[in-house]
Design a protein around this ligand. Structure first.
Ligand code: CP
Ligand code: NVA
Length: 304
């Protein structure tokens, strides 16, 4: 049976910890200049229906470092679901390449891609979730704190794809996760329900950002309008302004609270310059760890 990584919950708690151990080793190899090329001769097809900096660069560089190769297929190349049916492109790429990474709009498209591919499929973001991002995020928290004990994460802003993946993570690793969002911007109900059902974490949704950040170890935010929601930008700016992560809000968290953002950030909107550039901000460690953690994910789905 081939493995896919479409949701954090596709990995067990044990596999998540194994991924972190592998990522630590791979990061050390890079730091020490040790060559490690288990994917020699292997090719990844990277399908991007949306723009990207980090995801494209980290996957492509990561494949090169592992001895393999990655092909970038941009929004105008395949036309997945438009120029060609998802199931057909899945079967075609499976004849050429060894692994697929896809960033798509519709989550059902990545499910279909995985169903009809005979090679592993990795989710590089859909409208529903962004699992590689949150795997890298929690790995970064672990690096900074040394453990994940009694962790309180306050997500301030939209209950979007990134928030949904945090909630999926809470179904695998124990934490107190609080999302503060305006009415109408809650995360996916089924994902929240599933996480709560596991009983592993405490998952809360509130309208009060100050309450959310009280005693938080991590404050996380993301853009107010995600890719594909550009037409709603002005309305969202009004709705989300009370949820800006600024110095006044951060004051209510622990003094050593880590500030996180998946990037790209809209400075001055969801987060101020002062906060994103502060000493507590670990946004560039997060960005770097995308590569180390994704390399571990690639190896886990390809080699087991
Ligand atoms: N955080 C993230 O996925 O960045 P990109 O959209 O630039 O890939
Ligand atoms: N929520 C954002 C994340 C970008 C990495 C988006 O989907 O555009």
């Amino acid at each position: 049976m081939k493995r896919d990584f479409l949701h954090i919950t596709d990995f067990s708690t044990e596999e998540i910890h194994e991924t972190f151990q592998l990522a630590t080793k791979l990061k050390k190899y890079i730091r020490e200049g040790v060559e490690y090329t288990p994917l020699k001769g292997k090719t990844m097809a990277m399908i991007f229906a949306k723009p990207s900096a980090r995801t494209r660069i980290s996957f492509e560089t990561g494949m090169t470092q592992l001895g393999g190769h990655a092909i970038y297929l941009g929004p105008n190349d395949i036309g997945i679901g438009k120029r060609e049916a998802v199931r057909d492109i899945a079967r075609v790429i499976s004849r050429y390449d060894d692994v697929i990474m896809a960033r798509l709009f519709d989550h059902t498209h990545i499910l279909e891609l995985a169903k009809y591919s005979s090679v592993p499929v990795i989710n590089g973001l859909t409208d529903l979730n962004h699992p590689c991002q949150i795997m890298a995020d929690i790995f970064t928290v672990l690096e900074h704190r040394g453990n994940l004990d009694n962790l309180k994460v306050a997500f301030i802003g939209d209950g979007n794809n990134v928030a949904n993946s945090w909630i999926n993570l809470s179904a695998r690793l124990p934490m107190h996760f609080v999302l503060a969002s305006p009415t109408g911007y809650d995360p996916n109900e089924a994902i929240v329900e599933n996480a709560r059902k596991t009983g592993i974490s405490r998952v809360e949704i509130t309208r009060n950002p100050v309450e959310a950040v009280r005693d938080a170890d991590v404050i996380y935010t993301d853009v107010w309008a995600s890719m594909g929601q550009e037409a709603e930008t002005e309305k969202r700016k009004k709705d989300f302004m009370p949820y800006q992560v600024n110095a006044e809000l951060v004051k209510h968290a622990k003094s050593d609270c880590l500030i996180m953002h998946c990037l790209p950030a809209h400075r001055g909107d969801e987060i101020t310059d002062e906060v994103i550039d502060s000493e507590n901000s670990i946004v560039f460690d997060e960005a770097e760890n995308r590569m180390h953690v994704q390399k571990a994910i690639i190896l886990k789905v390809m080699l087991g």
